[in-house]
Design a binder for this molecule. Structure first.
Ligand code: UD1
Length: 417
């Protein structure tokens, strides 16, 4: 099994480029099957999760051609068949479930195993299924497999009990080819949902209000192929901002959208981090005196749960006591035990983490327990002098494109072994 060996303590410099957002690319790839023309997605990050969703499509006889050098994906589902989805593929990644909406929408049926993914919580799918049922689908669960049948989905009013990102995306895709108007209330407002709507509208769909809590979808009969460049990855950008701060380095991060990044930036400003945004670039002066803060993870535009472990790494060496309340996933503090191995002083009380800043962390061998936990451990290891090893890095490869190459360009000492 691969691991990272990191010799930390260096000051980093240079410039780092942000890739397209994993969480945009995954639903967009799923949405390509809403039409039977070729769709072209550009600047796609080469991530394990992206290859998994492509494998899901390929298993349905969709033609996926990948130009790795130019990061261009050409997807054509002209010959697609509504086959059952392999349990293995679906268990590999929760986002595979995103093909459900478009599959039912296009073929009137789908059979799919319950999804897998990061081990950060129960992550039920009730909201996806309730929404599809409201659109007229018949749903049964047999031996862990969800079977859905709908002759034609019909527009409806859907209220989500929680603004789930995946459920909002699945229902947007399902409603796109449904008959009549669908209104999703208490919809998720994440930037990646806006990107999905832009993509589908480019295909000839009619989605209004994406990015607000009320999304209106007027069903259309047919969609056409389109070319699209997904938005920048705000979580990757946030991770590298922490990197500058935790290593007391100064460098530029290219490829940000300030509006989308604001929920993250506002917490760094509150800590006193010196940052200068210039268009789609941000310069971070990590040599700033930082203050402890209190943070609560919330749906967008709140502070994203996907940045919680990385922020915790920074708070663990920020003088004073900080608190983090995790409201999105009930089991998203697994990195705490690993960070404590590195000398962090963190205690957990239900969904609240109390972080007493220490002057520095100490190198250690630690395990990436999920994707963002893994990122937090890389940041922690780079902050302290000496050699650390991070195991189970396959989690990190799910969501960070060429992470060790990008870090080495900044003069970090990291190797994959
Ligand atoms: C997406 C992101 C993930 C991010 C999360 C929250 C992708 C591919 N993944 O995941 O990186 O951490 O949003 O911002 O975009 N829930 C239910 N019932 C449901 C669906 C969700 O109770 O049917 C609950 C979940 O258990 C969780 C909360 O809602 O507690 C948020 O989940 P959701 O927004 O659906 O996250 P994902 O779409 O899985």
């Amino acid at each position: 099994m691969q691991r990272f060996r990191i010799r930390g303590g260096r000051t980093l410099n240079g410039e780092i480029e942000i890739s397209s957002a994993k969480n945009s690319v995954l639903p967009i790839i799923a949405a390509t099957i809403l039409c039977d023309d070729e769709c072209i997605i550009e600047n796609v990050p080469m991530l394990d999760d992206v290859f998994v969703i492509c494998d899901v499509l390929k298993s349905l006889k969709v033609n996926v051609s990948i130009d790795v050098g130019n990061r261009i994906f050409r997807i054509n589902s002209k010959d697609m068949l509504p086959l059952d989805l392999s349990e293995n593929l679906i268990r590999k990644m929760r986002a595979s479930f995103l093909v459900l909406g478009p599959l039912v929408s296009r073929f009137g049926k789908a059979c799919i195993y319950m999804p897998g993914g990061c081990n950060i919580g129960l992550r039920p799918i009730d909201l996806h299924l309730k929404g599809l049922a409201a659109l007229g689908a018949d749903i049964s669960i047999v031996n862990g497999c969800v079977e859905i049948i709908a002759k034609r989905l019909v527009g409806s009013n859907i209220y989500l009990d929680f603004p789930s990102v995946g459920a909002t995306e699945n229902l947007i895709m399902a409603a796109t080819l449904a008959e009549g108007k669908t209104i999703i209330e208490n919809a998720a407002k994440e930037p990646e949902i806006v990107d999905l709507a832009v993509f589908i509208n480019g295909m000839g769909g009619d989605i209004q209000g994406a990015g607000t809590s009320k999304i209106v979808i007027n069903g259309v009969k047919k969609l056409r192929g389109v070319s699209h460049i997904p938005i920048y990855d705000r979580i990757e950008a946030g991770t590298y901002i922490v990197l500058a701060a935790i290593t007391k380095s100064k460098f530029s991060i290219k490829g940000i959208n300030e509006e989308y990044l604001n929920p993250i930036l506002s917490k760094f400003y509150e800590m006193g981090l010196d940052m200068d945004v210039n268009g789609n670039e941000i310069f971070v002066n990590g040599d700033s005196d930082l203050k402890p803060i209190n943070v609560k993870t919330l749906p967008h535009p709140g502070f994203p749960t996907d940045m919680q472990p990385q922020l915790m790494a920074l708070l663990s060496i920020t003088n004073g006591a900080s608190t983090i309340i995790e409201t999105i996933f009930e089991n998203r503090f697994m990195h705490v035990m690993e960070m404590c191995r590195m000398g962090a002083n963190i205690s957990i009380h239900d969904r609240v983490a109390i972080i007493e800043g220490v002057s520095k962390l100490t190198p250690s061998t630690v395990k990436a327990t999920d994707l963002r936990a893994g990122a937090a451990l890389i940041l922690s290891a780079l902050s302290c002098e000496g050699e650390s090893e991070i195991t189970d890095i396959y989690h990190i490869d799910r969501g960070y494109s060429s992470i060790e190459c990008k870090l080495r360009k900044l003069n970090a000492d990291i190797e994959r072994i």
